[in-house]
Design a protein around this ligand. Structure first.
Ligand code: ASP
Length: 436
């Protein structure tokens, strides 16, 4: 039988009603064998996630103050779920152990991880699936990095013995036996790690949205979801600020070539977004998505006959390297070279950069311009489609926005456009309207 690994985010597990939806989803497909839950999240916008309550408990405990009040609120969140699902179980022994552990300084990560741990126990009772504690199968190195290979081997051996199981997300164990968590939203990572070890055909990541959106919904109203996106496209969008899955949560399934399907717990029949390593299918909108970031600086060097000067670019970049400054883009003309860096680095190092560039390459002029936004228009379909660039530039011109820079990667996977920060939203909207 094929195996699907299903991860559920906090909003999908916020209360008993959400638990029921999750169980319906799991039970409707026997291939959904391994379940990776987060901790209960927000039930309504102003609600507090259990993980945040746990971090608060930790802070209170580290000041040696009484944690009882907040700890009781956490207990109530779980007890309400148990009661409303009419489960014949009690977490009282666990609660007492955990409270004791927190008071006795079991640590910040231990405290935060209990959100997933307790949620996993309830989920395992409710589904009738065995519970595998992540501390038995997810390993970290001494320096705190994730031990992917040891984990994969141990988890693989473990899962082979199980028909179904619930494995809580977000945490694992250090060589010294203490609990360690992944970064925030780390249940995504656990899900991907489990999918790899289970040789899953699909990693389903269930959230409260119907997939990855074509653009940031804070800028574009109701953007369309993306049907299929490749890992490379996703990386381009994420790099430019799109809020999707963390790199670390994609890597384990990417190496194993397992597709990810982002699905909506509240609308399970929506197709969601498939994230794949390769696809021949082109997106119906030519472009796959748009993302962008504000606040970059352009430093432009001009020098007569620059092109004939061997090693010019190298000497320029050495200056940036010396101050550990990452450059984003490097558009060049015959006698000009521009280096685009983030505004914070620009403002911090402006004077030394000018001095050292002057000394290293002796340019005729150096110009420094702030407040540049970069917009990435990403799409594997651009390679085969003529006129994409024309369409983008026409849309921007019609929105009365001046383009300050254009850069097309040679992979033809994206076109980067620079506009003034003040035109950022207008330009994003214009590009979206032209394609969506
Ligand atoms: N509960 C953790 C967090 O809030 C991990 C997760 O939800 O993925 O960050």
């Amino acid at each position: 039988m094929n195996t699907k690994v299903v991860k559920f985010g906090g909003t999908s597990l916020a209360d008993a009603q959400q638990f029921k939806k999750v169980a319906d989803i799991i039970k409707s497909d026997p291939e959904r064998r391994f379940v990776v839950p987060s901790a209960p999240g927000n039930r309504f916008p102003e609600d507090v996630k259990v993980t945040d309550m746990l971090y608060k408990v930790y802070e209170i405990a580290s000041k040696n103050e009484d944690i009882s009040e907040v700890f009781e609120q956490i207990k109530t969140r779980y007890n309400d779920i148990i009661r409303d699902l009419a489960l014949d179980m009690s977490l009282d022994i666990e609660f007492a152990k955990i409270k004791n552990g927190i008071i006795n300084k079991a640590g910040r990560d231990y405290t935060a991880s209990r959100g997933e741990y307790l949620c996993g126990i309830i989920m395992s009772h409710y589904l009738g699936f065995p519970f595998i504690d992540a501390a038995e199968v997810i390993f970290f190195n001494n320096n705190g990095t994730f031990d992917a290979e040891r984990t994969n081997a141990a988890l693989r051996r473990k899962l082979e013995k199980y028909e179904t199981a619930v494995i809580p997300g977000f945490y694992g164990i250090m060589p010294n036996g203490t609990i360690k968590t992944f970064p925030r939203d780390g249940t995504d990572i656990t899900g991907a790690v489990v999918a790899r070890a289970a040789d899953a055909v699909l990693y389903e990541n269930w959230k409260e949205v119907s997939g990855v959106l074509m653009a940031d919904p804070r800028i574009i109203k109701n953007p369309k979801p993306i049907d299929i996106i490749t890992y490379r496209e996703l990386r381009e969008l994420a790099y430019m600020g799109a809020k999707v899955m963390h790199e670390d949560s994609i890597f384990p399934v990417r190496v194993a070539k397992i597709p990810i399907n982002i699905k909506n717990t509240n609308n399970p029949s929506d197709k969601g977004t498939f994230i794949v390593s390769h696809t021949d299918s082109l997106s119906e909108n030519t472009i796959t998505g748009i993302a962008g970031k504000k606040s970059f600086v352009v430093i432009t060097l001009e020098k007569d006959m620059m092109n004939a000067e061997i090693g010019f670019v190298k000497r320029v970049l050495e200056v940036f390297e010396k101050y550990n400054i990452n450059f984003e883009h490097l558009p060049t003309g015959i006698d000009t070279l521009s280096i685009i860096i983030n505004e914070q680095d620009g403002e911090t190092y402006k004077d030394v950069l000018f001095k050292e560039l002057q000394a290293n390459v002796n340019p005729d002029s150096i110009e420094y311009q702030k407040s540049l936004s970069l917009i990435a228009v990403v799409g594997r379909g651009m390679i085969r489609n003529k006129g994409t660039a024309a369409k983008i530039f026409k849309a921007i011109a019609e929105a009365d926005v001046n383009i300050r820079m254009i850069d097309q990667g040679s992979s033809e996977l994206n076109i980067i456009i620079g506009v003034n920060d003040s035109d950022f939203e207008k330009a994003m909207q214009a590009i979206y309207n032209a394609f969506a």
